[in-house]
Design a binder for this molecule. Sequence first.
Ligand SMILES: Nc1ncnc2c1ncn2[C@@H]1O[C@H](COP(=O)(O)OP(=O)(O)OP(=O)(O)O)[C@@H](O)[C@H]1O
Ligand SMILES: [Mg+2]
Length: 241
Amino acid sequence: MTPDALLAIERLDVAYGEIQVLWEVDLEIARGEVVALLGPNGAGKTTLLRAVAGLLRPRAGRIVWDGAPLDGVPASRVVARGLALVPEGRRLFAGMTVAENLTMGAYRRTDGRAAVSADLEWVFELFPELAARRRQQAGALSGGEQQMCAIGRGLMTKPRLLMLDELSLGLSPVAVDRIVAMLAAAHRTRGMAMLIVEQDVRMALELARRAYILETGRITRGDEARRLIDDPRVKKAYLGL
Ligand SMILES: Nc1ncnc2c1ncn2[C@@H]1O[C@H](COP(=O)(O)OP(=O)(O)OP(=O)(O)O)[C@@H](O)[C@H]1O
Ligand SMILES: [Mg+2]
């Protein structure tokens, strides 16, 4: 384990009841680093994010956050420590407005109302589509706008690590490009680390410096993104080349 890792996952096993889904997973993220987690359907990618977010209790192994153990810390406290998960399927409060959804992200913050308002305006600058619809119900947004709102809500927690699960799901290539550009801009401004789970491998490897491949619950590869892009096996399995 690198001494100054922001997140270090060591030999993590996670099971649903009797069925083990993750096996001895090792994964590390440095401060401010953008990392992709790739792998086929059912490999356990969402499970890994949910375990890090404190939504699932690992069977074995360790999750170390900024030098301190994160295992057994409840999800609400995990957010307060600076980890945010933008879940698969977005999970917005459909009946609440865009502004209310975004403000919910700041619920656990203790740095004062002024800082939260400033961040809200920052999110609206980042996503002008949301600014124009701030009083509209989130359920009435387009798929792309809902994804922006979900990411915005994640950013409103003021994360040091933003975990994004399948952000491209169901979106047009144009919407994905736009959201990726906004994420890159947010990363340049705030410098938070990101863990990107994606089926759109090309996009993920564009954003990420490093990537891991998870297959049937085990990490089978971890490398620099540009080396993975050039790897014939990765090209064949994930890039359709
Ligand atoms: N709540 C649950 N109870 C039991 N088994 C589950 C549960 N959630 C997921 N699984 C199983 O765990 C395995 C990993 O699922 P997971 O959702 O983590 O995969 P994934 O890599 O995110 O897949 P996808 O790319 O389709 O989103 C699958 O076999 C799945 O059926
Ligand atoms: Mg998943």
